[in-house]
Ligand binder design. Structure first.
Ligand code: 5GP
Length: 137
């Protein structure tokens, strides 16, 4: 895949405000934070979207995310936070190297705003769709 700005950060060619690092994962402050403490958590493995990431890198991310979130919450004093993970330009992905956003939400309302227009899942369509997804494994 094409080199991205995050690969350059991993290689140390571009600076970042690092908050966590292990053999497979790096976390650093977002350069355009939507709230104080907005942090990006990335695998060192370069994959553009989550569905293309190896199980090993995904497992390493899963291991690291709770403790990084805990550190961000403790350091910022935020009582709530969102974890956001965009895949594809239509889903607002701008950097094509997998990343999780940890975005503290504050009492003044700063943080992630979500437009969530809930529909209604009817039983026959739900059953058919679940079967379709199950068949992919
Ligand atoms: P996306 O929309 O792809 O989910 O989010 C990409 C994020 O990467 C954005 O929030 C943006 O501010 C952040 N970002 C882009 N370039 C850099 C950079 O060079 N350094 C840091 N720290 N963050 C970046």
């Amino acid at each position: 895949m094409a080199d991205t700005i995050f690969s350059k950060i991993i290689r140390g060619e571009i600076p970042c405000h690092k908050v966590y690092e292990d053999a497979q994962v790096l976390a650093f402050l977002d350069i355009g934070p939507i709230s104080r403490g907005h942090t990006l958590v990335i695998p060192k493995e370069a994959a553009p979207t989550l569905d293309q990431l190896s199980e090993e890198a995904g497992a390493a991310l899963g291991r690291a995310l709770p403790t990084i979130a805990q550190a961000v919450v403790k350091a910022t004093g935020a009582r709530a936070f969102n974890v956001l993970q965009n895949n594809g330009p239509e889903a607002h992905q701008a950097v094509f190297h997998v990343h999780f956003h940890i975005i503290p939400k504050y009492e003044d309302g700063s943080g992630l705003g979500i437009g969530w227009k809930a529909g209604k899942l009817d039983a026959p369509h739900g059953a058919a769709l679940a079967r379709e997804i199950l068949a992919q494994f």
